[in-house]
Design a protein around this ligand. Structure first.
Ligand SMILES: Cc1ncc(COP(=O)(O)O)c(C=O)c1O
Length: 418
């Protein structure tokens, strides 16, 4: 590319490691090679029962002549008013938050919610100072990494590693380090995914409450990214309470419910933040897509979406988690490999403390054998590269059939030769 681009152009056209990785995964996904074992990517599983419900909702919209709302009219910049109304009703029925319609904005997927939110609160401020996005725990969702309009917009906190029985471990937020970081850096917004992609970690209610207190004491908004969490798709296997207050920005999405193609994100925040999101959205997109909201409005109004999450989606992924854990023990039992406690989402995060190569080298070797995983170093956003642990982990999507997962783990076992 020999064109003169702006700073924006240079930043957003950079061929980053993760772009290369996504290219690899895309090619592998579209390859005819039946021997490819795809354990990378973040695609949700196609759950037949959920899929049938979405298709029948679509048919009902067509049969009842309601499809025009979905296809032929712009919504306002904040998204479908009807959908926002029923969502507010549903949330107020289930949680004691007292929301009104000014607390909710629809976007074209969480990814675009983060772009607006990060760049509203961090980056270059009107007085020339620079603020950062603070990620309280690393590893964190790779999709945050390159979203800043300014350079160096992220800082993350190295976690504590809590070693558990049965070759398991769990990351915990290091609150002392977090407080130090808050003193050293000018932070504009804090963001955490719950469950966390890539680890399947679910920070506890106590950790979240502590984070919330710190955020409020420092007057910094706290984003809680619930893409895999409550109220939908509900892929959380520990006791975790969904909370919200005026300083919290909850980001929800229809993607992991099984609708990544409709690109619908939902932001729940105080009025000023929602108004700001709406103005940004008007400039960037005129209006968010109407497809997702129209498709699920009836499900939200009747609260069937909660039953779908609790009775179909969650048990589906929880069962996959149980199987994945068993396969991990079958393949890696008795070795030094460790599994992050599977508390939510649909990823296995495996740590090889004795790995004799970097996770990137392991990725390349596995790719040559047709097995695709995500090397872990990509998820340590906003921290320097000096912690060996960063190069000893891999992420695996276990929303697969059992045979594929087992075969993939066996190839990995042979490659890491523990
Ligand atoms: C933690 C997390 N948040 C957000 C997203 C993005 O979701 P969306 O499809 O709504 O943009 C993903 C996608 O994989 C994710 O893993």
């Amino acid at each position: 590319m020999n064109q003169d681009y702006s700073k924006f152009g240079e930043k957003f056209t950079r061929y980053s490691g993760i772009t290369q990785l996504m290219d690899d995964l895309g090619k592998a996904n579209h390859s005819d090679d039946e021997n490819i074992i795809m354990l990378g990517g973040g695609n949700p599983a196609l759950i037949p029962e959920a899929h049938d419900i979405f298709v029948s909702e679509l048919k009902a919209l067509i049969d009842n002549n309601e499809v025009d709302q979905m296809l032929s009219r712009y919504d306002g910049p904040k998204g479908s008013e009807v959908f926002v109304r029923v969502l507010v009703e549903m949330l107020n029925t289930n949680y004691d938050w007292h929301l009104d319609e000014g607390n909710v904005a629809i976007t074209n997927g969480s990814q675009s919610s983060f772009f607006s939110l990060f760049n509203l609160f961090a980056g270059e401020m009107p007085d020339g100072s620079k603020r950062k996005v603070l990620l309280p725990i690393a590893p964190e969702y790779i999709g945050y990494a390159d979203q800043g309009l300014s350079a160096d917009m992220f800082v993350s906190v190295k976690p504590k590693i809590h070693e558990l029985d049965d070759q398991q471990f769990k990351y915990q937020i290091d609150f002392d380090k977090l407080e130090q970081t808050l003193k050293q850096e000018d932070i504009g917004i804090i963001c955490i995914s719950r469950p966390t992609n890539p680890t399947g970690n679910v920070i506890t209610d106590d950790e979240l409450a502590q984070l919330d207190n710190i955020a409020q004491a420092n007057n910094i908004p706290l984003i809680v990214d619930n893409a895999y969490g409550q109220p939908f798709p509900g892929a959380i296997y520990t006791d975790a309470t969904l909370s919200w207050n005026d300083n919290t920005i909850l980001c929800l999405s229809l993607s992991k419910l099984g609708l990544p193609g409709v690109r619908t994100g939902i932001v729940i925040a105080n009025h000023a933040t929602i108004e700001a999101m709406s103005r940004v959205s008007g400039i960037l997109t005129l209006a968010p897509s109407s497809v997702g909201p129209a498709l699920v409005t009836r499900l939200v109004k009747s609260q069937e979406i909660m039953r779908l999450a609790n009775d179909v989606i969650k048990p589906f992924y929880q069962n996959k988690a149980t199987i994945a854990q068993q396969i991990f023990y079958d393949v890696f039992g008795g070795t030094s490999a460790k599994l992050h406690k599977l508390e939510g989402a649909f990823f296995m995060w495996i740590w090889f403390p004795d790995l004799k190569m970097t996770s990137e080298e392991l990725y390349q070797q596995l790719k040559a054998k047709g097995v695709y995983i995500i090397p872990g170093h990509n998820f340590f956003i906003g921290m320097d590269n000096t912690w060996p642990h960063q190069h000893q982990c891999i992420r695996i999507n276990y929303a697969k059939d059992e045979t594929t997962l087992r075969k993939g783990l066996e190839v990995i076992y042979n490659e890491v030769s523990l």
